[in-house]
Design a protein around this ligand. Structure first.
Ligand SMILES: C[S@@+](CC[C@H](N)C(=O)[O-])C[C@H]1O[C@@H](n2cnc3c(N)ncnc32)[C@H](O)[C@@H]1O
Length: 246
């Protein structure tokens, strides 16, 4: 069930359309393989943690942690994405996994989490500041937040942002947010989410969709590990910790 006012519901419906059946995102498994590899390099440890994955997509990032985490709560607006997450759970049922459908800024997703993931989601929000304030409220003091974004402060990241912006505007009728690491870190620090570390990766440039999937996967995974890629990569994965006074 989606909740919220008419204006936000309208936007939520457009985001659902963007990530619906047939979206290119759905059938590009190397995207989340690279994100998982980058989480590993960043040193994110899910063991025994209560995890909240907002905008979880099909759950491919956090569901593989179900055996190690204390619990995993998946939240997404898109029924198609959550259908896929439920299919994955049907193959290997996990009692410590909960799936919630709706806008994470509007529904009750719980509080006191040890680790919150917000990967590839912030660009689709109406306000960076409001979203970050809500993410902070889900964490216990000392808990960790991981944000992934396409960094429009970099030339190639800006190119991808402009492409995504055209697609969202023309096809789905909404504006995506232009995000940069500096602005996101500043917004988080205002909410007492203290910057810990960052890892840059991803090299999915326009036109690469025409290359064989195996090659794109190899390039994407190499972008996570190989230093020579660093000046050109487009995305950032940033780890924050909720500090005192938050
Ligand atoms: C680019 S996908 C990322 C999926 C996953 N986090 C990953 O990294 O593979 C963004 C997801 O965020 C979801 N989303 C966007 N805004 C949301 C909101 N306000 N509440 C819940 N989910 C949202 C979309 O439906 C979509 O599944």
């Amino acid at each position: 069930m989606m909740e919220g006012g008419t204006r936000s519901r309208a936007r939520a419906e457009k985001v659902v359309e963007f990530f619906g059946e047939g979206s290119t995102y759905m059938d590009a498994p190397y995207v989340w393989e690279a994100r998982r590899a980058a989480l590993e390099v960043l040193g994110v440890d899910p063991s025994e943690k209560r995890i909240l994955d907002v905008g979880c997509g099909d759950g491919s990032i956090s569901l593989p942690w179900a055996g190690r985490a204390a619990s995993i709560t998946l939240v997404d607006l898109s029924p198609s994405m959550l259908r896929r997450a439920r299919e994955q759970l049907a193959d290997a049922p996990k009692e410590n996994v909960e799936i919630l459908e709706g806008d994470f800024t509007k529904i009750d997703v719980g509080k006191g989490y040890d680790l919150v993931l917000c990967l590839g989601v912030l660009a689709h929000m109406e306000s960076l500041e409001r979203a970050v304030s809500q993410l902070a409220s889900f964490l216990r003091r000392g808990g960790e937040l991981v944000i992934q974004l396409t960094d429009a402060e970099r030339a190639l990241g800006n190119l991808l942002y402009r492409r995504g912006q055209r697609a969202a505007r023309r096809t789905h009728g909404y504006e995506i947010l232009r995000l940069g690491t500096t602005a996101v870190i500043a917004a988080c620090e205002r909410e007492k989410l203290m910057f810990e570390r960052l890892h840059r990766f991803s090299f999915l440039l326009p036109g690469m969709g025409r290359l064989p999937g195996r090659l794109v996967r190899a390039i994407e995974l190499a972008s996570v590990r190989i230093r020579a890629f660093q000046p050109f990569v487009t995305d950032a994965l940033i780890l924050f910790r909720k500090g005192n006074g938050a």
